[in-house]
Ligand binder design. Structure first.
Ligand code: HEC
Length: 152
């Protein structure tokens, strides 16, 4: 334990300035970028795989959808702590993520609110509500990307 705390203290002293922000868990800006991009990739995959159900291509399995939405909800919390200051680097995040931090936060809050509604629809086992909520979540992804992500 003593060794561990010495290591932790030494680590803190050696940290570059940007680590004093919420991104303290990343050793380098590239690590934060990789983390949030990976989180988005998994989020997008987990979110998108509900589409066949919503399109009526496979039967509605309420238990499986509920489990999937629970994962989406957990994943939706991951990227944000990896947007600490000084982590724009070579990423697809626009400078506005940091220069308009309040707007970025608002887009995040809107998205998280839409995911809460998706979760309620999954709990209710209501396919129509699920479809509508899925559309709202998708729109909130797009709204944030339109303002804060570089188009590729
Ligand atoms: C509040 C803003 C915001 C919301 C909401 C958001 N994203 Fe993103 N997303 C970003 C930003 C910014 C990037 C660029 C990150 C980077 O390159 O470091 C990104 C990148 C991505 C990427 C590319 C990752 C890569 O490989 O580089 C995918 C895929 C993605 N988002 C999917 C989604 C999906 C799906 C949703 C909704 C379910 C979503 N995003 C919601 C801001 C957002």
């Amino acid at each position: 334990m003593k060794k561990l705390s010495i290591l932790l203290v030494t680590g803190a002293l050696l940290s570059p300035f940007w680590m004093s922000t919420a991104s303290a868990q990343f050793a380098k800006p590239e690590d934060a970028i990789k983390y949030r991009q990976s989180a988005f990739v998994v989020l997008a995959s987990q979110f998108g795989r509900m589409q066949p159900t919503l399109k009526g291509q496979v039967p509605y399995d309420a238990v499986a959808i509920k489990a999937n939405v629970a994962l989406v909800q957990t994943l939706s919390t991951l990227p944000w702590s990896a947007f600490g200051s000084g982590t724009q680097g070579n990423s697809s995040a626009k400078p506005e993520v940091w220069s308009d931090a309040a707007g970025f936060k608002a887009a995040q809050t809107k998205f998280e609110g839409a995911v809460v509604k998706l979760s309620a629809a999954a709990d209710a086992g209501d396919l129509d509500k699920l479809r509508a909520a899925f559309g709202d979540v998708g729109a909130s992804c797009k709204a944030c990307h339109d303002s804060y992500r570089v188009k590729k």
